[in-house]
Design a protein around this ligand. Structure first.
Ligand code: NAD
Ligand code: WQD
Length: 339
């Protein structure tokens, strides 16, 4: 029983591969290394004692994808592979639509023709935009995302729902809030390319002296300390949710139409300043910062109601913000030791 994990050497994918291997699944990874590095495969093996099968190619190459399905009995897929930089997606919309949607459709063609079910999709809280009511549950109305990246997620969800209905397949749409942290072994983590856009990688690089100062984008929002609020979910907890979602899908008989949707977050909002303070406290380091103007397009507050995942998947976030931020610092030290 093999699970195809696309983007399995990426940030969330690599942590999920580890959890799948711990749970006895056979894993086949396809990743074109466009945003990841080969050493992650060795580190997965170091953590688990198992080396997953790995194919380095672009999922847009349909003929290569078909060969993977010929070579392995694939019983399901977790599709992490996508471009994910919000700003870049505005500058390169065609590339984002092509990469994020063509790869998805190519896998679905194989699923369709080979009669395979069980598909898990990496979606995002970005599909809710600035929700009117907090916390955000799965019935919160979707808003057309401002970014092309966000639109690829919303379109991906629609494509999958149509696929499930038309061919009676089982799918799970997992809407992640803000994933952070690294593996406790410090062998896996996020590999930001260039100047990070996301908060936690920027905080980490500032603490490490790679960046001079963190810019906090606005402290005049209508929140308790004026800075924007998000729901930061620890990546290993998030990875475990994928295993739970997959097991649930596999528990339903073939031929059933299942469209599961889950918000994956902690249920707790943290402000930018709280993240900075938690990082400093967790790691006993200083993070110099300055207050700047608001970042265009930013939402003010987003945090999840993750009760549905708790009830139906038996899954809950377990790790505190401080614990998660400690793992990031260990990962940063590991990266520095490699250079
Ligand atoms: P990541 O960039 O670390 O991982 C994605 C992996 O997919 C990379 O290893 C990349 O090399 C690979 N890839 C991309 N396009 C490919 C293609 N055409 N063929 C083969 N491989 C390809 O990103 P991540 O943070 O691990 O995110 C995983 C998924 O979760 C993405 O779909 C992302 O949109 C989604 N997501 C991420 C976040 C977040 O903040 N990290 C939040 C919500 C949703
Ligand atoms: C968090 C907060 C910033 C950097 C993005 C994507 C979204 C989703 C998650 C994938 C905000 C503030 C940040 C900095 C700062 N990804 N910040 N200084 O904005 O929630 O969402 O990642 O699906 O689609 O848009 O995350 O980490 O960029 O920012 O003050 O240098 O930190 O303004 O309030 P965000 P983020």
């Amino acid at each position: 029983m093999a699970i195809l994990v696309t983007g399995g050497l990426g940030y969330i994918g690599s942590h999920t591969v580890v959890e799948l291997l711990h749970n006895g699944f056979e894993v086949v990874i396809v990743d074109d290394l466009s945003n990841s590095e080969k050493f992650i495969l060795h580190n997965i093996e170091e953590i688990t004692g198992k080396r997953p099968v790995f194919y380095p190619f672009d999922l847009k190459r349909k003929e290569l994808l078909a060969q993977v399905f010929d070579a392995h009995k694939i019983d399901g897929c977790i599709n992490f592979a996508a471009f994910k930089a919000v700003g870049e997606s505005q500058e390169k919309p065609v590339d984002y639509y092509e990469n994020n949607l063509f790869s998805l459709i190519n896998i679905l063609q194989e699923f369709k023709s080979r009669n395979i079910s069980n598909f898990i999709f990496s979606s995002s809280c970005t599909v809710y935009g600035q929700a009117d009511v907090m916390p955000i549950d799965e019935n919160t109305p979707l808003k057309l995302p401002e970014s092309v990246y966000g639109k690829t997620k919303q379109m991906g969800e629609e494509i999958l729902a149509d696929f499930a209905k038309a061919y009676r397949r089982k799918i799970s749409l997992l809407r992640y809030f803000n994933p952070i942290g690294a593996h406790p072994s410090a062998l896996l983590g996020e590999l930001p390319v260039g100047i990070p856009n996301n908060l936690v990688p920027y905080v980490t690089q500032t603490a490490a002296g790679i960046r001079e100062k963190l810019s906090i984008w606005g402290n005049d929002y209508d929140t308790h300390d004026g800075t924007a609020v998000r729901d930061y979910i620890y990546v290993v907890d998030l990875a475990k949710a994928h295993v739970a979602a997959l097991k649930k899908l596999m528990g339903h008989p073939e031929g059933e139409t299942i469209i599961d949707i889950y918000n994956l977050g902690t249920g707790k909002g943290s402000s930018v300043l709280e993240v900075v303070e938690a990082f400093e406290a967790a790691n006993n380091v200083k993070v110099p910062y300055q207050i700047c103007n608001r970042r265009e397009g930013d939402i003010v507050v987003a945090y999840a109601n993750a009760d549905k995942a708790a009830q139906e998947l038996g899954w809950k976030s377990e790790t505190t913000l401080e614990e998660a931020l400690r793992t990031v610092w260990e990962w940063q030290k590991y990266l520095a030791s490699r250079n």
